[in-house]
Design a protein around this ligand. Sequence first.
Ligand code: SAM
Length: 170
Amino acid sequence: MLRLGHRPGRDKRVTTHVALVARAFGAKGIYIEGEDENILKSIEKVKNEWGGNYFTLSFIKNPKKLVEEWKNNGGKVIHLTMYGININSIAGTIPDLDNILVIVGAEKVESWYYHAADYNIAISNQPHSEVAALAIFLDRIYKGEQLNIVFGDSKFLIVPQKAGKKVIKK
Ligand code: SAM
């Protein structure tokens, strides 16, 4: 994952939610443009209690360099944008899951990214949210399997209940 244009203060909650969705639904890590220690603390706390220690979070200053290096190393870059090709039109053509960098923006994404991306994918051609776009994109590529993820290194385990909460300390 690459989260562009993070504005500390204003985007703290949304960027944290992008990172939480990425971790919970199977991404290996997230790069965030900018710097915000509060997000790092929130994600570390979740990893510590609920597992997924392999999930990495890094703050970067030069996201264009990351995109170029990703492509030079043979990876593919997918930019989620309402202006892209509707995911319903391209389902089945998205490459190797291990090697993709998924980009979401905050406010306006520079046109450079629209041209650098291998795919500009729209999760409907309506404006909504980077959190929703990411969740639906991951659902499509993992075909629902991401909802069964269990992190072996968690301290707690939820026992699903029809009513109430049951959590086991491991
Ligand atoms: N009009 C803005 C733009 O320039 O794209 C929308 C910004 S939106 C608040 C923030 C991010 O959410 C976008 O950069 C994009 O990654 C994601 N997003 C919003 N709607 C989307 C959609 N329909 N499909 C895919 N991604 C979307």
